[in-house]
Design a protein around this ligand. Sequence first.
Ligand SMILES: [Mg+2]
Length: 304
Amino acid sequence: MKPFSSLIFDLDGVLYRGHTPIAGAAKALDKIRAAGYPVSFITNNATRSRAQLRRRLARMGIEAKRDEIMTSAYAAACYLKSLKPKPGAVYALGERGLRNELRAAGFNLLPLCLTGECGSATTFSRLPKSERNPHASVLVTGLDRYVTYTKLAAALDVLNAGAKWVACNLDPTLPMENGVHPGSGGVGACLAYSAGKVRQAERAAGSAFSNIILREPDQVVGKPNPYMLDLLCTDCRPSARRSILFVGDRLDMDIAFAHAAGLSSLLVLSGVAKLEEAEKAGGDLKPGAILHSVADLPKWLGVN
Ligand SMILES: [Mg+2]
């Protein structure tokens, strides 16, 4: 009898780092599928649409159908569609994948840089307020590796004008080939701080950053929120969830997500989390099992 009914994989740090596949990942997935396990994918990374990710996985030798892939960009579009009243204009600080998912869901996106030269803060600040402040009803943020001061200034204008803030995720970092880069949460933190309020009482001694009360997002659709699992697995009864294994590389996002969603969890050490911190982790951050890499998974499942 199989120990799990199906497997769900995170992507960054689990199946690849940057553009480099994790060694043995495609072969491992082939073996797992051949053993009869349904496989799907959930990623916080909002830079690519599901169609783009499908092509990317295929280039790495991993076949996936579009409805087997859930991203925080698509989840943000689904969340916006669920709002009543439906949002009017949306300002999206993010890459093409996020913008494509939002457009495909029927949302009117404001231009990233409004008017003027995208890279010039001086030009932006000289625009009339009617052009600078686009009155979007929602700001959506995802990782934008082409972020500029002007894009952030426009997003801050939108927030300060009273828009709802939907964040795809708050991942602090993105695992790449040779280390980690800032993640979507790093970019979002800039806005949270700049749109925050100065703490009036009990100002923290010696910590300038903690003297600002952050403007938190109104909604975070990505992990560890179980929202993406609810979208991916609409007929997944709570009692059946323990039999689904979620494979991730972060304690704070993946393992916490698995616990919040009622899934079994497995941590791989090919991404962000290190063995020492994983062994020390407790509560919702404690992984059910730890493997060096996804390449070790077939043997662990007994399907080698
Ligand atoms: Mg990851």
